[in-house]
Design a binder for this molecule. Structure first.
Ligand code: FES
Length: 198
């Protein structure tokens, strides 16, 4: 999307440059149009939704895309990963995400539209650090033998499960944010919009 935006800007500059060589009248007509268009284009690109192809995201993998300058995680959760969510329901602070505003499609056991695909803003709700993935269960990730997998924020130790739900007694006050998103097809997600073609 941003690449496309850059191409458009470059193309417009080229048109202006060509017009400058072609004649003063053409420049006068073009410049006000260009100068009024570019700032709004820039603003639009900064807040624009992002379309993501998840066709190559294998079970157990996570990808990160940027939306409004924030990292957004998309995780293809395996059955085992999903199985941990039920086991952890009494260990997380807000199992049903009732505490903070969530899209309605995140107010369920998996906090997602499709059970396996998790979409979350990868920014800790405490002071904004970026949590790291600790997907392997057990002590292998340095998290203790009873760790079932999830995320650790290195700043003050908040931990989150595979649905971005914060564990009880941690500094982060709420679960990770689920951004507005919608499926355009089985393998394409639009981040930043709830409605197709909006
Ligand atoms: S910023 Fe994540 S625990 Fe403080």
């Amino acid at each position: 999307m941003s690449k496309q935006g850059k191409m458009d800007c470059g193309r417009r500059r080229l048109i202006v440059a060509t017009a400058a060589v072609g004649g003063a009248g053409a420049v006068a007509a073009l410049v006000p149009f260009v100068s009024s268009l570019l700032p709004s284009e820039r603003a639009k690109a900064a807040g624009a939704p992002v379309e993501v192809d998840i066709s190559k995201l294998e079970p157990g993998q996570m990808m990160t895309v940027e939306w409004r300058g924030k990292p957004v995680w998309i995780i293809n959760r395996t059955k085992d990963m999903l199985g941990t969510l039920t086991k952890l329901a009494d260990q997380v602070a807000d199992p049903k995400s009732e505490k903070n505003q969530q899209p309605v499609y995140a107010q369920n056991d998996t906090r997602s539209i499709k059970p396996e695909i998790m979409v979350a803003v990868g920014i800790c709700t405490h002071l904004g650090c970026s949590p790291g993935s600790k997907f392997k269960p057990g002590a292998e990730e340095g998290m203790g033998a009873d760790w079932l997998g999830g995320f650790l924020c290195p700043c003050h130790g908040s931990t989150f499960d595979f649905a971005g739900r914060v564990f009880k007694g941690k500094p982060a006050p709420t679960n990770l944010e689920v951004p507005p998103h919608v499926y355009l097809s089985d393998t394409r997600i639009m981040i930043g919009e709830d409605k197709k073609g909006a």
